[in-house]
Design a protein around this ligand. Structure first.
Ligand SMILES: Nc1ncnc2c1ncn2[C@@H]1O[C@H](COP(=O)(O)OP(=O)(O)OP(=O)(O)O)[C@@H](O)[C@H]1O
Length: 611
């Protein structure tokens, strides 16, 4: 899809609104035709070449009437313009957000949050601006069509000089196009870097303080801001230079008309009324010229924004951006996409089919066996990840994935759960192929605790429940298994304690156990834990596994850990090295056969001794 198609598809989202807006602004831009004709008739009357029957009072009444009508029309135009702009920008933002939420969790956006905010805000605004300016342009073209008919019928030669500046401007805009695009892209990229840097600074205040890096961070920020300043100045300079070309070429045209009109008036072929009409209309033609220029500039800038918006889709079809969808105002249209249609453009449908092609309806049937065969994912940036991993998780089993730092444990869990898009391999639930794991591996099928969990600035209770209704003693039970009850008892307001942004008022271990409680409070058949050991001491982790074993019933567990408490209870252990399976078996078998495993096992012992 190119920019023209993008524009056209946005126009067709709510065509009635676009055309109502177009009609309003065409009328608004064409109303000034009347005062021009009234003025001409008045001057022709003074000159004696025509009769103006209404006198000076009538002239004033006509002017006031036309002005009032224009004020009312402009109010209507603002209403239609606001309505249309809002719908276009909301549609873009809604579709982008829907796509971001559909992307595998670990790769939801291809840039920093700051850059994504800039896409959502600035690039959408830019697009909205170009759509809105198109209406003015078409409106003024209507004015020019009628006024040129009137002017040509008075004097074709002079009319030609009214339009010469227009041709000059269009040529100038075309020549400047490449520069505008280049500078606009550079200024957008520089702005995104500055916003990205601000959000990184806020997110890492503690790390910056601990490293004593304030000075360096501020200098980096100054450098980025300085870069942005230079880019913005260049961008503004070229935009404003172009705008001054538009205005001055019009002044040149005005001068030419005055010189020519002087000759013609002396020869009697041109009346004062004609001159007033030419001068009056020229003002509006001037407006058209600068509007054409502005529209072309906005259109070019929209092309840049469109490219950046497409990047947010990470390779998905660009038509997702303009897919008609309900934005929560007015009536839902038949053409509005539902979630399924949208998902089908991103990935295969949200179902999973077996060898027979039959689909699994969600929630899925109770897990008997979960299998992954040949799972592969490599991070494009480093080429590292996992390669050809196969595993089997029978119902009720406890499987531990272990291995050295960077061996691919987190990547394996994420690829299995669909949080990273696996390049190869398949996942089967009771023998049936799970085609869209990200949609499938959610409660009640599975629940997951990430290695670095995210908490919200809210009460502890809300962070655990995340909107889930509190039933019976499920929350108390989850807190118990997550070994959180003592912590809650010591918090000033217990479960109603506000945890602060990203949970900053809790310790690292409390954050991780809150996330574990969040997972455990959800009924799931498969629980996936990514390395609780990273923030829990040996004793707390041991308690957690013990409690889980007592209460989990038939739930299946897949766990990343290198702690003996987990390894010694495991039905099956997978040892990863450089993204592949180096060894697997029970702890006993691996102690006998795998040097890496012995290293992890005895490493844990020395750690426990030191603790
Ligand atoms: N976002 C990323 N982009 C590029 N490479 C990555 C990314 N995340 C991880 N990697 C690389 O992929 C490999 C596997 O990383 P992964 O996080 O899965 O290892 P891990 O075994 O979970 O490590 P740890 O024990 O530190 O949690 C590592 O070499 C790592 O450098």
């Amino acid at each position: 899809m190119n920019t023209r198609h993008f524009f056209w598809r946005l126009l067709l989202y709510r065509p009635a609104y676009y055309f109502a807006n177009l009609f309003s602004w065409m009328v608004i831009h064409m109303v000034p035709l009347l005062p021009g004709l009234i003025t001409k008739a008045f001057f022709d009357d003074l000159e004696g070449s025509a009769d103006f029957p209404y006198g000076v009072e009538g002239l004033m009444a006509l002017f006031v009437g036309v002005a009032l009508a224009r004020i009312i029309l402009i109010a209507v135009g603002c209403w239609t313009d606001g309505g249309y702009r809002f719908r276009v920008s909301m549609l873009l933002r809604r579709n982008m957000l829907a796509h971001v939420l559909k992307e595998p969790g670990a790769k939801a956006i291809p840039c920093s949050p700051g850059e994504a905010i800039s896409n959502f805000r600035d690039d959408v605004d830019q697009t909205e601006e170009a759509m809105s300016w198109s209406v003015d342009m078409f409106g003024l073209i209507g004015f020019v069509a009628v006024s040129s008919y009137i002017l040509i019928s008075i004097d074709a030669q002079l009319t030609f000089f009214v339009f010469v500046p227009l041709i000059l401007v269009v040529t100038a805009a075309q020549i400047a196009t490449a520069r505008i695009q280049k500078y606009r892209a550079a200024s957008r990229a520089a702005t995104a870097k500055v916003t990205g840097s601000i959000s990184e600074m806020f997110a890492n205040v503690q790390a910056i303080q601990v490293a004593g890096a304030e000075g360096r961070i501020v200098r980096r920020f100054e450098r980025l801001s300085d870069e942005r300043r230079k880019m913005m100045v260049k961008d503004k300079l070229i935009t404003e230079s172009l705008s001054s070309v538009f205005t001055n070429s019009v002044n040149l045209g005005t001068g030419l008309i005055l010189v020519l009109a002087g000759y013609k008036m002396r020869s009697g072929s041109f009346s004062v009324g004609d001159l007033s009409l030419f001068i009056y209309y020229l003002t509006f033609v001037t407006q058209l010229i600068s509007n054409v220029g502005n529209f072309m500039t906005f259109y070019k800038q929209m092309a840049i924004s469109f490219t950046r918006l497409k990047q947010m889709l990470q390779g998905a079809p660009a038509k997702l951006l303009t897919l008609p969808a309900y934005i929560g105002i007015g009536k839902r249209k038949e053409t509005d996409a539902d979630h399924t249609e949208q998902a089908s453009l991103t990935r295969p449908v949200v179902s999973s089919s077996g060898p027979s092609g039959a689909s699994i309806s969600l929630p899925a049937e109770p897990l008997r066996l979960l299998e992954a065969n040949g799972l592969t994912y490599r991070y494009p940036e480093t080429g590292r990840g996992i390669e050809n991993i196969s595993l089997r998780l029978p119902r009720g089993s406890f499987t531990v994935v272990t291995g050295m730092i960077g061996s691919g444990k987190t990547t394996l869990l994420r690829a299995l759960l669909g949080l990273l898009p696996a390049e190869a391999g398949e996942i089967r639930w009771n023998g049936r192929h799970v085609r869209t794991p990200a949609d499938f591996f959610v409660p009640p099928q599975s629940a997951y605790t990430a290695q670095i969990p995210r908490l919200y600035s809210d009460k502890l209770r809300n962070n655990i429940l995340l909107g889930l209704p509190e039933t019976g003693d499920s929350l108390t039970q989850a807190l118990h298994v997550a070994v959180m009850e003592d912590d809650v008892a010591h918090l000033a307001h217990g479960l109603d304690t506000m945890v602060g942004p990203r949970g900053v008022k809790l310790s690292g271990g409390q954050v991780q156990r809150t996330a574990a409680a969040r997972m455990l409070v959800r009924e799931a058949q498969l629980y996936v834990f990514d390395d609780l050991s990273s923030a829990l001491d040996v004793e707390t982790e041991r308690k957690l596994w013990e409690r889980l074993f007592q209460t989990r019933g038939q739930a299946t567990c897949l766990v990343v850990s290198h702690r003996k408490a987990a390894l010694s209870h495991a039905d099956h252990i997978i040892v990863l090295k450089d993204g592949t399976i180096e060894a697997e078996g029970t702890a006993e078998q691996l102690l006998a056969s795998s040097a890496s495993f012995r290293q992890l096992w005895y490493g844990d012992e020395s750690q426990a001794g030191g603790a």
